[in-house]
Write a protein that binds this ligand. Structure first.
Ligand SMILES: [Zn+2]
Length: 237
């Protein structure tokens, strides 16, 4: 019995090694390259990405009870044209970000709305002049919480405090008007430069394209969704 792409997306996410993608995608995603942040510190860009085949799959893929993949791949014309098409690519560390966002949502008790371009931004994005955790999939820009639009110093500082109280892993931008350092119309929450390597992918040391034998894996769904799936593989090794 064949399954619809959307149902497959509910069961497994495809993980790709960006070194094996075509030339254009490699030049946009720049896997493994070093890039400087605003302080001149260098960070290595992520290499393993979720590949999302379609808008329907992005909509159907839940990363946590209240967050779908779709919220992290919404981009506008500032993103590289290729990344405005499907398949879309998101660093695998987005999963960790979503865990924290789900905790944040539980504390505030209402929905978090992420800005277009407020999830993953590639190094080719026009706002990506220096390294920011957005390029690692570990930052989110939230412009509305429940019915509160985050445009005042009072609201941004209130929610920044709540975000910081979640964990010492969380960082925010203080209220202010300098783009990239401050924020005056959203809460920027990030976890720093985390890269995640799903257990299903084999880490090959070779950083050469393997187009004849591309490396990818399908990640089993985690947690409750995985346990509830009758066909979820749980092979002993
Ligand atoms: Zn941000």
């Amino acid at each position: 019995m064949s399954e619809s792409p959307a149902l497959q997306a509910l069961q497994a996410l495809k993980v790709v090694d960006a070194f094996d993608l075509d030339d254009e995608l490699r030049s946009i995603l720049r896997p493994g390259e070093m890039i400087r942040d605003a302080h001149g510190r260098r960070h290595r860009l992520p290499r393993y990405f979720y590949e999302i085949p379609s808008h329907e799959a992005a909509m159907a893929t839940k990363l946590a009870p209240n967050f779908g993949m779709n919220e992290f791949v919404l981009v506008d014309l500032k993103e590289a044209p290729r990344l405005q098409l499907y398949p879309r690519y998101v660093p695998c560390a987005v999963r960790v970000l979503v865990f924290y966002l789900q905790q944040f949502r539980a504390v505030v008790g209402s929905s978090l709305h992420i800005v277009v371009n407020g999830g993953y931004r590639s190094p080719a994005h026009r706002l990506s002049t220096e390294a920011t955790p957005h390029m690692w999939g570990t930052a989110a820009d939230v412009y509305r919480i429940g019915s509160n639009i985050l445009k005042t110093q009072e609201l941004i500082e209130k929610y920044n405090e709540i975000a910081l109280d979640l964990s010492e892993d969380v960082s925010v931008h203080p209220y202010g008007h300098v783009t990239g350092k401050n924020s005056d119309d959203h809460v920027h929450l990030d976890l720093g430069y985390i890269t995640l390597i799903p257990r299903e992918i084999s880490e090959d040391r070779m950083e050469q394209p393997q187009e004849s034998r591309p490396r990818f894996a399908f990640e089993d769904r985690r947690g409750r969704e995985r346990r509830n799936l009758p066909e979820a593989s749980d092979k002993p090794f």
